[in-house]
Design a protein around this ligand. Sequence first.
Ligand code: FES
Ligand code: FES
Length: 161
Amino acid sequence: MPSQIVSLVVNGERREFIAAPGVTLLASLRESLGLTAAKRGCAQGACGTCTVLVDGRPEVACLVAVETVAGRSVRTLEGVAAGGELDEVQNAFVDCFATQCGFCTAGMIMVAEALLDRDPDPSEADVVEAISGNVCRCTGYRPIVIAILEAARRRRGAVSR
Ligand code: FES
Ligand code: FES
């Protein structure tokens, strides 16, 4: 099968590029569009570090053939900070020491964004469930859970930074 032109809406902007058949969404974002926040860890769907949102839902981009999401809306970490300002989730990750080496952080933040978009007041169990597909080798997970709950509070306006 020949290469094809694929069109996606990435972080609100329509982007077109040439992709070989079967090339992944992750490779397209990183290599065709220069968006390198989503990381390649296991490349087998097991670590979550490549997580992006497709039509608002978390997907492991290493397992998605890009032609299967043609025309759809993709959100990456690059689309989270508006005008260079970190959002509540990103600020809470900084303030709660939820990032160390940072390799898992983009995926964790995208999962958190999806969770808080669908549930502004998640329980701790909801947060644990939401990040259950994302591996972190550094933090022991607790600071990440605390950061997401803190971000939810800030987003609801209950606590200002
Ligand atoms: S790189 Fe995609 S799940 Fe690990
Ligand atoms: S901060 Fe290093 S893997 Fe999570």
